[in-house]
Design a protein around this ligand. Sequence first.
Ligand code: FPP
Ligand code: MG
Length: 286
Amino acid sequence: MFYKILDEMFSDIKEYKDIKKGKGIRGKLITIINPSAQKLAAIVEAIHLASLLHDDVIDNANIRRGAISINAKYGEHIAVMLGDIIYSKAFFELTKFPSEIASLISNAVYLLSKGELEDVKLSKSINLDKQKYMKMIYKKTASLIEAACGASAISRDFPAENFKTYGKNIGLAFQIVDDLLDIIQDEKTLGKPSMHDFYEGKVTLPYIYLFQRTKENEKNELKKLYKKKLGKNDKEFILKLMQKYNVIEDTFNEAKELIKQAKEAIKDFEIKELEEIADKIVKRTF
Ligand code: FPP
Ligand code: MG
């Protein structure tokens, strides 16, 4: 239902039709918490779409959700402007909501933009500070999911804090798993070369752990591979090291712990679908 509202919002924009739809997780969360919050779900999905259009320009990504990205198809200028149009329209619609909801969502967009900026800055050199990484992914990914769940809860007179905690923790887990899959998933499923993050300069949680645990000579080898196009042997070398130092398992367990906390925050409400979505995040393969 919210996808229909979303499509109608941008029916006059020709290129909009070429944007591939994702899983709609934010919209789903909102409408599970409050089935009548379809418009809010469409707005949050629109904001998310706009942010991905900009993100693909920033990341120079040619593929999004298994299809050619808008920047690859129409060029960066169109992609940026399309993002601006979608984002602005979403905000225009958001002004019609109670101020508590509008400010929660708009503040999350401020945070996610700052998170993206931090991501860009952290990618300039090897970052080994886990706190910086966690703060960045909180802003970039978790803040909008946190706000989406909180806003939907407010619209139904549920206590916002419980649902915000749920959203924040599944958002953090989602990004950690996303960063892990970039390393362990095959290229076909990923729709891009594996270990692309490291090539782009992104030192995600598994790499942070790896740098913390490796011996000096291993560290030096890893540093040589940073931002380089990785061959089959390089990738195998990194994977072997990750196995040797239990990095994949520890990262995965960290995501699982966040999922546990997320479910704990909303357990009194007994909303099975929210628990299932949380579980799926640590089970997904793409
Ligand atoms: C994906 O990260 C990116 C985000 C979750 C947020 C991007 C936010 C912006 C570009 C700010 C947009 C601002 C406005 C006002 C719309 P990723 O690159 O780690 O994930 P990916 O693998 O899906 O590309
Ligand atoms: Mg990206």
